[in-house]
Design a protein around this ligand. Structure first.
Ligand code: FAD
Length: 633
């Protein structure tokens, strides 16, 4: 490997390179073998074996506090999950449920007693658990969950109940077979009344694996993908748990039934609680990035070998990747995948900083949560469309199970829905932008946002939104006359992204401000503005990706690698502008002639990068033995 390739790979590996290397060295190769010919039972069995292997290897403690045998390396734990994303995604999801969601909830929502009693067994895999939030009737709207946890003063116990079938827990990973305990999200009720959704630890099964009295569990059945994960439904029939089962970091019930919380406002308390669970979302964004990288590696390596049709006047057949359309289909997706990878690395760094902070900073937490929501949504949608493109780019071969692409497609599909539905998440992002992360973030269907925005000065919202220093620095240094500057000028690109974001957010803020001041139906106005909210969120995330890419190039010490990344970044920026060229032209940001020039520049960049396409997928650092596909054998 030459030094610039090594520099590229080192940059991609980032701060947690040692964890990535360890995974490359140690992960068992059968983790990468296809699973689509396995029965549900066989697949689940194989996943269980991998879970045991992971627990025995000690990596499962990475994200937990040192006091309970963990390593306090939250970023490392996310990267370690990201590495599992190159293999069987059922393992990544099942591990994510056990150590990310179940263990993560005990850690984030519980207090010292819970940590000492449960985390060591969770880390070692002796106690398998699940995360029971979603109900059949309510998925995205968590505040409306209907399972109840009612405090019985005389017995000093909570009584957990499922009022009807709409309130049964649904889709719960690990519930169908393996989980012995659940973190159950339920409406907490004391004699004084309801206190909103809280989480409690509820045992589900005995040592022999049988459901405990009052617990009914059913299989969800065969799914489109991820069939190595045992998703199930749970009903609670007046199940009693001790008072200590309440994960009580944010809300406590004393033995006399009195309720206390350090966060008085119930809505703020609820969103703060949910916000501490952000790690799951970040893991999903990272792991789906790995799956996308694997698909692109397969498709680009295949396209670099496969020939179809002769060149006129020559006996030589043309290599697929020499076709302009093939480059167009794969290389902009490759560029976006790089951008997402750098943004993910930054997000993980922020999470680590946040975890190391002495005190909980609510605004910083909401900002982190918003970034995670935006990146998760964009990364999972990008995965879905890119993996489909890769499948088509490999023709019939890509449709065979042995290519691995069908499984990547079916396994990643639901990533757009779990850990937060993407459309709902992007609304959350837009709301965070409008409110500066300050109000009771997340209550999407209330009039709160409209009222809040009505009291704000639009320019201050826009200033707050666009306060990213690196992008601003580059924009400030850019030539004044945008129409004349080179399309490959980074300053122009950054200004175009920033301008789009500002304009959309400004328009949205004005619209909601007007609605908030009028006497009309504020919900209808907010509802009508939903597409506008999504456009604002998308523009915002696109700016974040560009900024992360620029920062990564700045960090790259090798000039050859930096130049290559510069072209990849150009391709990301210009293909993003091209995809949204209708907006740029409609808003007078691009003339028709300049929009055409953008198309031409994207064509040119695809041709320029074609010879380096293989080098760029190698930059993902996926060992050949992990690709496990007939496309590259
Ligand atoms: C394989 C799998 C594993 C899962 N694992 C778990 C688990 O372990 N634990 C757990 O608790 N949950 C789990 N879930 C549940 C998952 O988190 C939910 O499915 C998800 O939150 C979406 O909820 P929902 O299915 O009720 O969809 P809904 O919320 O009903 O959404 C349906 C559609 O309506 C749209 N929509 C909803 N609200 C709005 C709105 N305000 N504005 C505009 N559009 C809207 C959404 O975009 C979506 O397209 C899992 C789900 C699956 C499929």
């Amino acid at each position: 490997m030459d030094s610039s390739q090594a520099a590229l790979e080192a940059l991609m590996d980032g701060r947690w390179a040692a964890i990535r290397d360890q995974a490359r060295r140690d992960l068992p190769l059968d983790l990468f073998e296809p699973a689509d010919d396995l029965t549900t039972d066989q697949h689940r069995h194989r996943v269980r074996e991998h879970m045991r292997w992971l627990a025995a290897g000690g990596l499962t403690g990475l994200g937990f506090p040192k006091e309970v045998g963990g390593a306090g390396d939250v970023g490392g734990s996310i990267v370690s999950t990201e590495m599992l994303g190159y293999g069987d995604l059922s393992v990544m999801v099942k591990a994510g449920v056990q150590w990310g969601l179940f263990g993560g909830a005990v850690n984030a929502l519980g207090t010292q007693g819970h940590h000492a009693a449960y985390l060591p067994q969770i880390i070692s895999g002796e106690l398998l658990g699940c995360f029971a939030m979603t109900e059949t009737g309510h998925g995205s709207d968590v505040a409306a969950l209907r399972t109840t946890a009612t405090y019985d003063v005389d017995a000093a116990e909570f009584v957990i109940a499922t009022p009807d079938d709409q309130a049964r827990k649904d889709y719960i990973g690990g519930a169908a077979c393996d989980a012995r305990m659940a973190v159950v999200f339920a409406q907490l009720i004391t004699a004084a009344g309801p206190h909103g959704v809280h989480a409690l630890l509820v045992p589900l099964r005995d040592e022999a694996g049988n459901p405990l009295p009052g617990i009914r569990i059913e299989e969800c059945g065969r799914k489109a993908g991820l069939n190595g994960v045992d998703n199930g439904r749970i009903w609670f029939d007046a199940v009693r748990v001790p008072r200590e089962a309440l994960l009580d970091r944010f809300g406590q019930v004393a033995s006399d039934g009195s309720y206390t919380s350090s966060i008085e406002n119930p809505s703020r308390r609820f969103f703060t609680m949910l916000g501490t669970l952000v790690r799951g979302r970040i893991s999903v964004a990272g792991a789906v990035g790995s799956a996308t990288q694997a698909a692109l590696t397969l498709a680009i390596r295949y396209a670099d070998e496969r020939r179809q049709f002769s060149r006129p006047g020559s006996a030589d057949e043309v290599v697929l990747l020499d076709y302009a359309t093939h480059q167009r289909r794969l290389l902009p997706a490759l560029a976006t995948t790089y951008a997402l990878h750098f943004a993910q690395e930054e997000l993980v760094e922020s999470l680590q900083e946040h975890a190391e902070a002495e005190e909980l900073d609510e605004v910083a937490q909401r900002e982190l949560e918003t970034r995670a929501a935006g990146l998760k949504a964009i990364a999972t949608w990008h995965a879905t469309s890119t993996i489909q493109t890769c499948r088509e780019a490999c023709g019939g071969h890509g449709y065979l199970s042995s290519s691995r692409l069908p499984q990547l497609k079916s396994d990643t599909d639901v990533f757009t829905t779990f850990e937060g539905d993407n459309t709902v998440l992007l609304q959350l992002v837009a709301k965070g932008l409008l409110t500066g992360y300050r109000n009771d973030f997340g209550a999407l269907d209330t009039l709160g946002t409209v009222r809040f925005v009505a009291d704000q000065v639009v320019s201050s919202i826009v200033e707050r939104t666009a306060a990213r220093t690196l992008l601003q620095r580059i924009v400030d240094a850019a030539p004044r006359r945008a129409e004349e500057s080179d399309l490959l000028d980074r300053g122009w690109q950054c200004a175009a992204f920033q301008d789009r974001e500002r304009h959309i957010v400004e328009g949205l803020a004005r619209r909601l401000r007007k609605a908030g001041k009028a006497d009309g139906d504020a919900f209808a106005a907010f509802n009508a503005a939903q597409p506008h909210l999504l456009a604002a969120a998308r523009a915002h995330v696109a700016s974040e990706l560009l900024e992360a890419f620029v920062a990564a190039i700045d960090r790259c010490a090798d000039p050859v690698a930096a130049q290559l990344l510069g072209s990849v970044c150009d391709l990301y920026a210009l293909s993003s502008i091209e995809a949204d060229s209708a907006w740029f032209v409609e808003h007078g940001r691009l003339t028709a002639a300049r929009a055409k020039a953008v198309h031409k520049a994207v064509d040119g960049l695809c041709a320029t990068l074609r010879p380096q396409a293989r080098q760029l997928v190698d930059g993902f650092g996926i060992p050949d033995s992990w690709l496990s596909s007939t496309l590259v054998r």
